[in-house]
Design a protein. Structure first.
Ligand code: NAD
Length: 295
């Protein structure tokens, strides 16, 4: 047990596929964690992991030095912090809030402006690596915000990650995350269309993936998703299709806000939203293959 970390109380709101294993790693590093999720089952799991399960977001924030949100999107984060849940009213003076969800950067800038006059500091620190690396404690973190504030939470972030990038001003971590997921989501569509095209011509899908993986067409989807989750129809990567569609939509909104014409980004966003409409937001994101194969 790290006794220095034990003095730091972390409030953790959002104990889903990512949040729960992240809490487990905070506990392993000796932090004291007060967790809350609207799901009763998630609260039971966090208690079983050794954290204090709280009955409200406000209770999880009370007395915490650092409050982490790992929620579906930025508008839920804002509601939890500033809305009826009343988290901001329960925060200790000087508390640091870390939004590790994949939120929209413009919402994050606005949230920071709302929190600052009340004496609270915000860092956006979204992650990449998926559930597997959340479990292993080897996430990549993209942290935006004041360097001194990030310094103060560095041990907390290190407990969950293998690599922390400081991306710049507040909102820059969230912008970086949206960019990553656009590139990942566009690469996934390209890899899947390549497999569907080749298979329709008569190539074996496993051969297509093997060739791509030793050629210039390889990407994250060909390397760690096609055989593992798609060709075997497992579709169990642990990342929801609705979350991927949201992230690519954030990247597209950002491009529009910056007056950038980006044809591939706009098209990719439309396709992921259409897949979400057909398959539902809770489908695994690798199931977009079924949508592409049927289109
Ligand atoms: P999830 O749906 O598994 O978990 C979200 C949790 O938030 C759920 O347990 C839900 O009950 C809870 N929740 C929703 N609204 C709430 C509220 N108002 N108060 C309290 N709890 C509430 O999602 P996840 O996969 O863990 O993703 C969380 C965030 O991390 C998302 O922003 C996602 O885009 C991002 N992310 C996910 C992955 C992944 O591979 N799953 C990877 C990187 C980033």
């Amino acid at each position: 047990m790290n006794t220095k970390n034990e003095l730091t109380v972390v409030g953790f709101i959002g104990l889903g596929r990512m949040g729960l294993p992240m809490v487990e790693n905070l506990l392993k590093s000796g932090f004291s964690v007060q967790g809350f999720d609207q799901s009763e089952a998630a609260r039971a799991e966090v208690a079983a992991a050794g954290a204090t399960a709280c009955s409200s977001a406000k209770e999880a924030a009370r007395g915490a030095d650092v409050v982490i949100t790992m929620l579906p999107n930025g508008s839920i984060v804002r509601d939890v912090l500033l809305g009826e849940a009343g988290v901001a009213d329960a925060l200790s003076p000087g508390a640091i809030i870390v939004d590790m969800s994949s939120s929209a950067p413009t919402d994050t800038t606005y949230l920071s402006e709302q929190l600052q006059p009340r004496g609270f500091r915000l860092v956006d620190a979204p992650v990449s690596g998926g559930r597997k690396r959340a479990v292993d404690g080897t996430l990549t973190i993209m942290a935006g915000g004041e360097p001194t504030v990030i310094d103060a939470i560095q041990p907390v972030l290190e407990a969950m990650s293998a690599k922390i990038f400081r991306t710049g001003k507040i909102g820059s971590g969230h912008a970086m995350k949206a960019i990553n997921n656009y590139v990942s989501g566009a690469g996934m569509v390209a890899a899947m269309e390549g497999v569907i095209l080749g298979e329709t011509f008569g190539l074996a899908p496993e051969v297509i993936v093997d060739v791509l993986n030793v050629s210039t067409g390889r990407n994250n989807t060909t390397e760690v998703k096609m055989k593992q989750f798609v060709l075997n129809r497992d579709f169990g990567s642990g990342f929801a299709l609705g979350l991927m569609a949201k992230d690519i939509g954030i990247a597209n909104d950002l491009a529009e806000a910056l007056n950038l014409q980006m044809g591939s980004l706009a098209e990719t966003s439309v396709r992921w939203k259409a897949a979400q409409d057909r398959l539902g937001p809770d489908a695994d994101h690798t199931e977009i293959y079924r949508f592409l194969a049927d289109s």
